[in-house]
Design a binder for this molecule. Structure first.
Ligand code: UD1
Length: 335
């Protein structure tokens, strides 16, 4: 049985990926500092997959713990999720982001080198494309200067990995996620936002649940059909499955590094998302149109030709399931 270390494996994308890995027959060890999760998620993952899960509660920046974990389990690969992801917070506290997202990655690379682990899957983001010069964006669309320290950590993370592995026997797959939303169909795991969500879908579900009074649509004067911004929303379970494929691919790929966009290839506007949510969940959402949000790009969606061909992966779920599962999860969030 292949053994995989998943950092941040109790987090949003991490937990869904752990389920898919266990269901695909991998032995999974998670290291998570519970910063944006709870140990209850471990029980829920086990309930879905029917497999026990080894969880080490620690920060990846704790070098001694990391060393011991790598020493104890001889990993075949690492999927590295553990990172902060709030764009606004990163602007207020850049050092926190550099320290955790870049510092943590360095710890992981050092441990992989020392313990001779050869496959890495890295969580990157479509944020690296900034205001893209062409749509849909392919993996060759030029990377732009980052709009936030969070974005900087993703660009630097990619560069650091590409540089480091030239001199090592390590292979890496860099996955550029578009907008992950939704939750596991069992409604046992999903996103647990810290405080007031800044992302659209958790804000929608919290508004519908009465936790937030009203959703604000950030601008309806963009140059799009209905005036609201367009994104490529991807169901978190589809995204999780892409990691399992990427891992198998890393083991056999010829090049040392490959980059893939992970999206559906479809652009959906904020107002379309709201409409889909209302229809799927059979309720009315309290929302208003507000001003544009600073730093938002008008539209971005993925060209998914490369991942379809190389990984034989393609998204199954549509917007309808994304909204329905997000709502089912909201109603089932552990307290
Ligand atoms: C953001 C980051 C992205 C990051 C992701 C992490 C930017 C430019 N991008 O994506 O790099 O990987 O979060 O999760 O910051 N919206 C509203 N009302 C709300 C919230 C959002 O109208 O209350 C709109 C936004 O203007 C945007 C869309 O919904 O058009 C999606 O927003 P969001 O979920 O925050 O994701 P991104 O900003 O696309």
């Amino acid at each position: 049985m292949k053994k995989i270390l998943v950092t941040g494996g109790l987090g949003y994308i991490g937990s869904h990926t752990v389920v898919e890995l266990q269901e695909a027959g991998y032995e999974v060890v998670v290291i998570d500092n519970l910063d944006n999760s709870s140990l209850e998620i471990k029980n829920r993952i086990e309930k879905i997959s029917g497999c026990t899960l080894e969880v080490i509660v620690s920060d990846i920046n704790n070098e001694d713990v990391l060393d011991e974990v790598f020493e104890t389990y001889r990993f075949d690969g690492v999927i590295h999720f553990a990172a902060y992801k709030a764009v606004g917070e990163s602007v207020e506290n850049p050092i926190k982001y550099y320290r955790n997202n870049i510092g943590g990655l360095i710890q992981i690379l050092a441990a992989m080198q020392k313990h001779e682990v050869s496959n890495l899957i890295f969580s990157s983001s479509c944020t690296v494309y900034g205001v893209a010069k062409e749509l849909p964006v392919t993996e060759n669309t030029p990377i732009q200067l980052a709009e936030s320290p969070y974005g900087t950590t993703k660009i630097m993370g990619e560069e650091l990995i590409q540089d480091f592995i030239q001199y090592q026997s390590i292979k890496a797959v860099l996955l550029r996620y578009f907008n992950p939303v939704g939750a596991h169909p069992s409604a046992l795991i999903g996103e647990l936002p810290n405080g007031v969500p800044s992302n659209l879908v958790p804000y929608i579900t919290q508004t519908a649940a009465g936790i937030r009074e009203q959703l604000t649509v950030h601008g309806n004067d963009y140059n799009t059909e209905d005036g609201s911004c367009i994104r490529d929303y991807i169901h978190v379970v589809d995204l999780a499955k892409a990691h399992v494929k990427a891992l198998a691919y890393a083991e056999t790929m010829k090049d040392k590094v490959e980059v893939f966009n992970v999206g559906t290839g479809n652009g959906t506007s904020v107002l379309e998302i709201i409409r889909a949510f209302e229809q799927q969940c059979n309720l009315k959402l309290n929302y208003r149109i507000g001003p544009r949000r600073e730093g938002d790009v008008e539209q971005i969606f993925a060209d998914t030709t490369k991942i379809k061909k190389a990984l034989k992966w393609e998204a199954d779920y549509g917007i309808e399931e994304m909204m329905y599962h997000a709502w089912m999860w909201q109603k089932n969030i552990p307290t």
